[in-house]
Design a protein around this ligand. Sequence first.
Ligand SMILES: [Ca+2]
Length: 339
Amino acid sequence: MSLLTVTLSVTLLLLVLTEAWAQNPRKRLAPPKPPKAQCCDEVRSLKLQVANLTSLLEELGRKQETDLMNVVRQMIELDKQNRQQESRVTEAESKYSEINNRVEIMQLQAAQSVTQTTSDAIYDCASLYTKNYKISGEYKLPADDFLGTPEIDVFCDMESNGGGWTLIQRRKVGLTSFNRDWKQYKNGFGTIRGDFWLGNENIFRLTRQPSILRIEMEDWEGQTRYAEYSYFTVKNELNSYKLFIANYSGNAGDSLRYHNNTNFSTKGKDNDKCVDDCASLRKGGYWYNCCTDSNLNGVFYRYGDHSKSTDGINWYGWHGPNYSLKRVEMKIRPQNFQP
Ligand SMILES: [Ca+2]
């Protein structure tokens, strides 16, 4: 190694050492920066406070929302309870008024039976109406020699179109089968406050006085229609309770005309004008022709099933052969009745 090289090396080493010494103390001696650190701490603490406040606010908001929801829920529940109570009151009221009506009717009938003479005999709901029985409901008609009727329970409609109507048929509940035999249709069946057929024998006797037939119907949409015949009578059993109707008026269409001048048929008694057995096809007792333009004693179908069959409670003039009505009432009144 030459002297020059050694000298250079030592010089370089010295330079490096000097540099290292010069940097180290500078670092060690760097002054602290208290103002900057203090500011950051304050900001950090403020930020933390803001964050805390924000989460507190959020929590409060959530709590308020929950409280509000609870209040709304309670209000809905109260409203529901209120409505249930209201409907219970309404039900009780209607039961009460019904009982009241029955009591009133019974009192009136008791008074009537004491003062009754042959000249003001009670044949039907129309004669009750003219004697001031103006509440719709169940009545007992006494046996009558003129019409040849036994004592019968009837339902009187004292409101529709002037009142005085004796119901001969009703469909509204749907639990009573109308697919019955001759004898049952002859004597009547069902319950007078629900679904029933008054009986062909009773209808024959009641319509010995010139009568009007009124048919009221309701569909599953709550619409109502009616058909009225100012002439209505049926023959006696020997003549198969043959139907005679005339002079249609109404808004349901004339769907009984097709059945005019036909015999009554039931299950097991095919009196219709058809090769087919209409009563078993349409599952009711009726004045079947070949077979129907209406089938008011057909099968009661509920909403949803009411448009699937052709043996339902049909009135072709309104809803055609594939629509079973929700409610039907057939009622009669003497032609000479003055409301
Ligand atoms: Ca036949």
